[in-house]
Design a protein around this ligand. Structure first.
Ligand code: MG
Length: 380
């Protein structure tokens, strides 16, 4: 009798930011969903996989499923995870006797975990992968601790979870009839009197929940690419003052071959540094008349384009502009919006700060403006 898999991929990713479903975001250049999909698809004993996806992700998910042929199909999910899993169960063929339910947001599931949880399920009808809790857990009401739970009995439950199919289907049917909603499938079986066995999982089997998790994963994920850029331009009369693409009315401006946008230059250098692609001096030499008076935000756009050609995309930027005068805060929102647009980033991932140097040094004397930028890149 066959083993089927329901891969839950219909989460709304509210904690992730951005509009993209997290299971489609790249981890080391591969969509998160593709990791667990290929692990299950390569299990010789898995006969069928049903991916439950959001309507808006159907095309993208079907594209990933195609690689595995008829073994993998995609169905549209429901409002809650529980309803989505139920819809997935209904799409499994009549030969499937055992079901594995897995969250697509856990990319680091291994074949060993799958085999262990399935073996336990075949003996006890329901089993889950879990790890002992390492933090101390307290029950809190309002902001007051009510009690501390004894840690030796606490386990953090993960997926995959494995079930005798008819047991899980009847638990879902009862829950639907009674309007009960829980957060994992074992809880349904427990609620209707079933016994669930725990199998030791692995702390690396994390659920990708926030953007920060994209950089985690038991050492399997390379560190993100980080770049730093620094630039200075001299303040003179008779020049425009342009910072991050915004022209600021002031009696002095910045001297340079291009528009001398020191902020755009620092960000460009940070991007090129992170990608190992040199600096803007290499790319746009100030001896080339083509760049005389150039709009540095357009050049920044060309840097982003070059990164794209190398399979890289900015993830966030943090920029500090060092100027004694003029006061820059009125232009802050406009600068952030402009940078976000050129870098293809939501404003939440564009950091911008202004500082003086308390009258010290060349910036303090108003002889020049400096800018420091740090960026991170992801592979796409
Ligand atoms: Mg410069």
């Amino acid at each position: 009798m066959g083993v089927g898999v329901v891969l839950a991929a219909a989460g709304s990713s509210q904690r992730m930011g951005g509009g993209t479903n997290k299971i489609l975001l790249p981890l080391e250049g591969t969509p998160i969903l593709a990791y667990s999909l290929s692990t299950f698809a390569q299990c010789p004993f898995v006969a069928q996989i049903v991916i439950v996806a959001r309507r808006e992700d159907m095309a993208a998910v079907e594209g990933l499923a195609q690689e595995w042929g008829k073994k993998v199909s995609v169905v549209e999910g429901g409002r809650e995870r529980q309803e989505s899993v139920y819809l997935g169960l209904q799409a499994l063929g009549p030969d499937i006797e055992w079901v594995l339910v897995h969250d697509a947001a856990r990319p680091f599931v291994t074949q060993e975990m799958i085999e262990n949880v399935l073996a336990a399920c075949k003996e006890h009808s329901a089993a889950t992968v879990a790890v002992p809790v390492t933090d101390t857990i307290k029950v809190v009401e309002g902001d007051l601790v009510q009690k501390t739970l004894p840690r030796d009995k606490l386990w953090a439950v993960q997926t995959p979870q494995a079930f005798l199919r008819e047991l899980l289907v009847s638990a879902h049917q009862s829950a639907a009839a009674e309007g009960v909603i829980v957060t994992d499938d074992c809880a349904l079986v427990e609620r209707f009197g079933g016994r669930v066995v725990v199998v030791s999982g692995d702390y690396s089997n994390i659920k990708i929940t926030t953007a920060a998790d994209l950089g985690r994963g038991g050492g399997k994920v390379a560190a993100p690419l980080i770049g730093y850029g620094f630039d200075v331009h001299r303040m003179v009369t008779g020049r425009r003052l342009v910072l991050a693409g915004v022209e600021i009315p002031y009696e002095l401006g910045l001297l340079g071959h291009s528009d001398a946008d020191v902020a755009a230059h620092a960000v460009s250098d940070a991007l090129l540094g992170a990608a190992g692609l040199g600096d803007i001096g290499d790319l746009f030499p100030d001896t080339d008349p083509k760049y005389a008076g150039a709009d540095s935000m357009v050049l920044l756009g060309e840097v982003v384009q070059l990164l794209n050609e190398h399979g890289l995309r900015p993830w966030n930027v943090d920029l500090t502009i060092v100027a004694q005068k003029p006061k820059l805060s009125p232009w802050k929102d406009k600068m952030r919006r402009g940078l976000g647009k050129v870098l293809g980033l939501p404003e939440s991932r564009v950091g911008l700060k202004f500082t003086t140097t308390e009258g010290l040094g060349f910036t303090g004397r108003g002889e020049g403006i400096a800018a420091h930028a740090v960026v991170s890149l992801i592979k796409v």
